[in-house]
Write a protein that binds this ligand. Structure first.
Ligand code: AMP
Length: 415
């Protein structure tokens, strides 16, 4: 249920924001934007931030394979078992066999549905089968996602004596160069740093036989298309290409058609993750009131693990500092932080050392943070797509989630 939705509204209390239901918005309002950056911000009608969660389908996905069916080598199979993976997720079930066959695959899957293993397991198998000659390049939109993929790789590759290098901005380039000198079989990175390393001739592309583009839609949103094109154009034509995306827009289709050969498409999207998130708006009168309402919400017990989105790096840091100061332990994650600071913030949030993570959109993209109880849009997102992506951080993998979007009173049409 949305915050306060089952209680009488106490609009006169300074610390209370009213939560509106869909029915409150009969007419469209004046089209004012919520006070954010000038120019590019899309107007999103407040009613779009209100939605009753639909129940998860009662019938769980029934996998048609077991991990044994894929014929993975014994040591890899042992690592899969050790990680506690018993049943393949839908994307794994439907794509692994095709990837193992060597086909190009387009995987359409929401984030958090197990696509990392869907490409990593066949890649590791390919490396083992090739006597460690095979090499893969994995491109991801954010540093954190690249690090997450690497962490998964390390756990699946335990004891197999195959190595990886993670090439991301904000981290010490000398360590990355050292990792490249160990002749890794798997290179994972973000487009900018990857391109930089390629231009310095530190990554040898002529031996790469597998390319993965993870969260391709996000990479396009973030303006990485020219970097990605230039990387793809430098790779051997004969490679196998795996392409994962939550959406397939005409732009993405054009891109995939230009560099994939007869791809097999697997779609396991079951509606938006956001369909399963209870969504409501929280009304505030002015800046002071906004902070008071947020503080009150975060003090409630049910707000266990809360991701708060802000618009600017500065605002995010200031809000996080303020929350910590008033006794609500919080971390901030935004582009002005070093890689190690971002990793520490994420770790403290994941391990529940702090209950609040305040983030900008870019920093939060693609992160796999289990059991986020609430997403709070302290500042409204730039676009509706960003909104869907933000609230997709909760309600993952069948868990229920709640999202609350702060809207200034004057934005709401009064009855
Ligand atoms: P991903 O979408 O790859 O980020 O995966 C989301 C989460 O699900 C990660 O924490 C994975 O470790 C976990 N996961 C992926 N596949 C499986 C599986 N077959 N069984 C259990 N957990 C899984």
């Amino acid at each position: 249920m949305p915050y306060q939705s089952n209680r009488p509204r106490r609009g006169s209390s300074p610390a209370r924001g009213g939560v509106r239901s869909v029915g409150s918005y009969g007419r469209s309002n004046s089209g004012r934007r919520s006070g954010g950056k000038k120019g590019s911000k899309q107007f999103i009608h407040p009613s779009k931030f209100i939605n009753k969660a639909t129940a998860y389908e009662a019938v769980a996905y029934e996998a048609t394979h077991t991990f044994n069916d894929f014929g993975f080598s014994n040591p890899l199979m042992e690592n899969i078992n050790r990680k506690g993976y018993t049943i393949p997720s839908a994307i794994q079930d439907q794509s692994i066999a095709h990837v193992l066959e060597g086909r190009d695959v387009i995987g359409l899957a929401n984030t958090g549905t197990g696509k990392t293993a869907a490409f990593l397991l066949p890649i590791i198998e390919k490396i083992l089968k090739s006597n460690k000659q095979s090499k893969a390049l994995i491109i991801a939109p954010t540093r954190e996602l690249a690090q997450q993929i690497n962490a998964e790789f390390l756990s699946f590759a335990k004891g197999l004596k195959i190595f990886s290098a993670t090439l991301v901005g904000g981290a010490n380039i000398n360590y990355q160069i050292r990792d490249l000198q160990r002749r890794p079989n798997v290179i994972i990175g973000t487009p900018g740093r990857m391109k930089d390393m390629i231009e310095r001739k530190l990554v040898k592309l002529d031996t790469i036989d597998t390319l993965v583009l993870d969260e391709a839609d996000r990479m396009l949103d973030m303006g990485f298309l020219p970097d990605i094109r230039s990387i793809i154009e430098s790779l051997p034509e004969s490679k196998q290409t795996l392409f994962f995306s939550a959406t397939i827009t005409p732009e993405i289709e054009k891109l995939t058609r230009s560099f994939m050969q007869n791809p097999h498409t697997v779609s396991v999207r079951t509606g938006e993750t956001s369909d399963h998130v209870e969504q409501g708006v929280v009304e505030f009168h002015d800046k002071m009131h906004k902070i008071e309402v947020l503080t009150q919400m975060l003090s409630e017990e049910e707000f266990e693990k809360v991701l708060v989105f802000g618009e600017t790096k500065f605002g995010v840091q200031r809000l996080s500092d303020h929350l910590t100061k008033i006794g609500i332990p919080s971390e901030a994650i935004h582009g002005n932080k070093s890689q190690s600071q971002r990793e520490r913030a994420l770790r403290n949030f994941k391990n529940k050392k702090v209950k609040v993570l305040v983030a900008t959109d870019v920093a939060a993209r693609g992160l796999d943070i289990p059991n986020v109880s609430h997403v709070i849009n302290f500042d409204t997102p730039q676009t509706y797509d960003d909104y869907v992506h933000r609230i997709g951080r909760t309600g993952r993998g069948g868990a229920s989630g709640q999202a609350h979007t702060f809207i200034e009173s004057k934005q709401l049409s009064h009855r």
